[in-house]
Design a protein around this ligand. Structure first.
Ligand SMILES: NC(=O)c1ccc[n+]([C@@H]2O[C@H](COP(=O)([O-])OP(=O)(O)OC[C@H]3O[C@@H](n4cnc5c(N)ncnc54)[C@H](OP(=O)(O)O)[C@@H]3O)[C@@H](O)[C@H]2O)c1
Length: 273
């Protein structure tokens, strides 16, 4: 299998690093290109053994999968580069937020199978939750191959294309929402009189440990919470204070705003601007 990445930025880097590290295919079967930052391509090639080129004909010759990994507004230029060298065996995988399959197909002027994926930055540590949606002409064998690739940098959830907006909000932007909550927890902690560095370090460990508990336990998060909340104790006192606020409502507003913005960004007019 040959995979070509058009765009080797932050997100693509996490993805091809995950693929190489998981050994699902030899590094030399992965090809990279970008707009002009050859130094970056060379450093990825040196570090991982992947190949790079700016020769579109060579890149696309016998390619099985073509990752579309630029920002959405750069896609038209990429389509221009790819269009002349596409053959009907190639399948496309877009990581570009908001660009519908119909738009990608129109710009590439092809009927080839297209998958859209919505990863998150936890791909850097092999823990992206990635939403994926396939065009109707994606065959079962190719779907399995794409899912295997996604599993190389985390886990996959298959959704209808329309639902990628919700995935974008919940898990695509999710790390930023959680970082924000953790930041505020640190700030509140430092107001209790301990050294800031001590608070930061201990909360970092707290987050890692709590995540591992969620991962390793069969219990729900609700049950894990209940298990450490004694009646009349300190945890109960803190939770009582939290229950004065509509935390669920706050996150509902946050997620709705992100979904709305995702829908706005995917509108044809904005993509063309
Ligand atoms: N970052 C996230 O958390 C996240 C999450 C989910 C989805 N995404 C999606 O991932 C995509 C990439 O985001 P990113 O953060 O990785 O962006 P990025 O770091 O800015 O990388 C963009 C890449 O596209 C390349 N590029 C631009 N024009 C090109 C052209 N004409 N031909 C070939 N390559 C070209 C750039 O090359 P040069 O460096 O040479 O300019 C660069 O390698 C976006 O569409 C975003 O919606 C990102």
């Amino acid at each position: 299998m040959k995979i070509v990445f058009y765009g080797a930025g932050n997100m693509a880097h996490a993805i091809f690093t995950g693929i190489v590290n998981s050994n699902i295919l030899p590094a030399e079967n992965i090809y990279l290109t970008n707009r002009s930052n050859e130094e970056a391509l060379k450093s990825y090639s040196d570090a991982l053994g992947v190949q790079y080129s700016y020769d579109d004909e060579q890149l696309l010759k016998d390619a099985d999968y073509v990752f579309l990994g630029s920002k959405p507004h750069d896609f038209d230029q990429i389509a221009e580069r790819i269009r002349k060298h596409t053959d009907s065996n190639q399948k496309f995988i877009s990581i570009m937020a908001g660009l519908p399959i119909t738009y990608i197909r129109e710009k590439l002027t092809v009927d080839n199978p297209i998958a859209r994926i919505m990863p998150n930055t936890n791909a850097h540590v092999g823990h992206s939750v990635t939403g994926v949606s396939f065009s109707s002409n994606f065959g079962p064998k190719s779907k399995d191959e794409v899912l295997e690739v996604i599993n190389a940098f985390g886990s996959a959830i298959e959704v209808q294309e329309d639902h990628l907006h919700q995935v974008t909000a919940i898990t695509g932007s999710g790390p930023a929402f959680l970082y924000h909550v953790f930041e505020k927890y640190v700030l509140a902690g430092t107001k209790l009189g301990l050294e800031k560095s001590q608070v930061e370090e201990s909360i970092q460990e707290l987050i890692i440990g709590t995540s591992k508990m969620i991962e390793r336990s069969d219990l729900s998060m609700e049950q894990l919470r209940k298990n450490i909340t004694s009646k009349g104790g300190t945890t109960q006192a803190g939770l009582n204070a939290l229950s004065e606020y509509d935390i669920e409502g706050i996150f509902e507003d946050c997620l709705k705003a992100a979904v709305t913005r995702s829908i706005e960004l995917s509108s044809q007019d904005e993509n063309e601007s």
